[in-house]
Ligand binder design. Structure first.
Ligand code: C2E
Ligand code: MG
Ligand code: MG
Ligand code: MG
Length: 297
């Protein structure tokens, strides 16, 4: 019963957990009005080629400019936004911002313009209108379809086969690329990858953690990364490494075959104007001798 559950909760009273739950609840309740007031903005984190450390693309990462609490991380509100369904409207706005900014880069840099990679939640993927909305968005903004990439987590892709796969086929038919995000953290059965209409796998940052120190490369992490790279390449996919924080790690990931990297070594998530400045300057990011995220602009 509710009463028994309540008593149980108090019996193992954990003020930190209660506070976190209250906060989560409050944020979830505040989301619809915040979306209506447009309190969200988008930052872009560079994705670099590990061969030359130059910007190939960027990932769009949403932030909530909360009137009282300041800038909030998506880890605090994406979960609640998915649970309440408001992610559909929020995600629509993120896509709109991302395509507009990427169109400006396309105008300035042409073929050298960075592509934009946008996270899409399962809840959005099962909306029947998603594919036509994206087609319309590309049309309105004038962004080339091959300048847009959609990121979905492994879990989202494998949860329900029907609707999501149909949407992915529709997007790919337009020329939009599909990436599997946080790859390696979901299902252990990797053969499903063969059936998925995807172009890129993004290896979760946790696998690269053991490769950060120059002297002490973790042999198990080396084997895991090497194996996932071999699998990706056998399927003709581009392999991106997330969470690249140090020079030695970038060197190891490159030696293990990763094509692209993303992480604080190269740059944190930045405003669109900073990305344009970075591409204009054209210098490689992430000097192996530099401190993480330092001296980039
Ligand atoms: P993600 O898609 O895996 O994005 C990468 C996250 O890793 C970002 O966190 C990024 O800031 C962080 N990161 C980047 N470089 C490093 C590094 O070197 N080391 C470490 N430890 N972390 C690094 P962020 O921006 O807080 O986003 C968290 C998650 O929220 C994202 O994970 C994504 O799943 C979700 N998210 C963000 N924006 C959106 C959105 O517009 N829509 C949806 N559905 N989800 C989003
Ligand atoms: Mg992502
Ligand atoms: Mg990721
Ligand atoms: Mg991740």
């Amino acid at each position: 019963t509710a009463k028994a559950e309540g008593r149980g909760r108090w019996a193992v009273h954990d003020p930190g957990r209660d506070e976190a739950e209250t906060e989560r609840f409050t944020l979830a309740a505040a989301l619809p009005a915040a979306v209506a007031r447009d309190e969200f903005f988008v930052l872009y984190q560079p994705l670099v080629s590990l061969a030359d450390h130059r910007v190939r693309g960027v990932e769009a990462l949403v932030r909530w400019q909360h009137p009282r609490l300041g800038v909030l991380s998506p880890s605090l509100f994406i979960g609640p936004a998915e649970e309440t369904g408001i992610i559909v409207e929020l995600g629509r706005r993120v896509l709109e911002h991302a395509c507009r900014d990427a169109r400006a880069w396309q105008d300035e840099f042409g073929d050298a313009a960075p592509f934009v990679s946008v996270n899409v939640a399962q809840r959005q993927l099962v909306e029947p209108a998603l594919v036509s909305e994206i087609a319309d968005l590309l049309d309105r903004t004038g962004l080339r379809p091959d300048r847009l990439q959609i990121e979905l987590t492994e879990r989202e892709l494998t949860a329900d086969e029907g609707a999501p796969l149909k949407a992915l086929d529709g997007l790919r038919a337009m020329g939009v690329r599909i990436a599997v995000d946080d790859f390696g953290t979901g299902y252990s059965n990797l053969s499903y990858l063969r059936k998925l209409p995807v172009d890129v796998i993004k290896l979760d940052g946790s696998f690269g953690e053991g490769l950060r120190e120059e002297e002490l490369s973790d042999p198990v992490d080396e084997v895991i990364v090497g194996t996932l790279v071999a699998l990706g390449h056998a399927l003709g996919l581009t392999v991106t490494a997330e969470g690249v924080e140090t020079g030695p790690q970038a060197t190891r990931l490159r030696a293990l075959g990763c094509d692209e990297g993303q992480g604080w070594l190269f740059a944190p998530a930045l405003p669109a104007a900073d990305i344009a400045r970075m591409v204009r300057r054209g210098a490689p990011l992430g000097d192996p001798a530099a401190t993480p995220g330092g001296g980039l602009l």
